[in-house]
Design a protein around this ligand. Sequence first.
Ligand code: CO
Length: 181
Amino acid sequence: MVLQICKYGEKVLREKSIPVAAVTEELRTLASDMLETMRKARGVGLAAQQIGRTESMCVIEIPEGCEEDEDALFNAPVAMPLKLFNPEIIAKEGSQRDKEGCLSFPGVGGSVTRAEQVTCQYLDENNRHQIITARGFLARALQHEIDHLNGVLYVDHLSAVERLSFSSKLKKLAKANGGVR
Ligand code: CO
C-alpha cells in the first residue's frame, strides 16, 4: 500500500522515534508499505516520521549503478533493500560532501557533508541483530535516514549560505504543511 509522505512543516518530522520492542507482523507490513511508497516516489530511503509514524524504523534501497565502482564493491555484502529497525551508527570515518535531497522536501536539494564510512547496528525484520559497514552513497543514506529517526532533517546540515539561498522556498514549504520548522 502506498502511503502519504509527510512534508517539511509537519510536526512529526521533528519528533524522535521510539525503539521497537520487537519487529511484529504489523511492522513488517509497514516496512513493505514504506518501501513501496519510497519506490513510487523514486527515493532511495524513507524513515517512519516521513509517513507520520514514530517507530524507530527506516528503509533504504540504492538502485544499481548509483554508486561509484569502488563503493559498490565495498558495499556488496549489504543486500538491498534494507529494512532497519532501531538502527544506530556505532562508528564513523572520513568525510564526503555531495548533493542531497529528501522526499519531504520536494524541489529543494543542497550539499551536505557526511561521514564517508559508517558502521550501523540494527534489528532486521526477523528480529536478528545485524551490523553493517557502508561507504559512499549508502553511508550517506544511512546517516540521512537515522537523522530522520532523531528528528533531524538534512537542511539542518546546510551551510549558512546555502540555507539562506533556500530560505524562501523552505519558508513556503513549511507554511503550506503546518509551519513547524
Ligand atoms: Co529524507
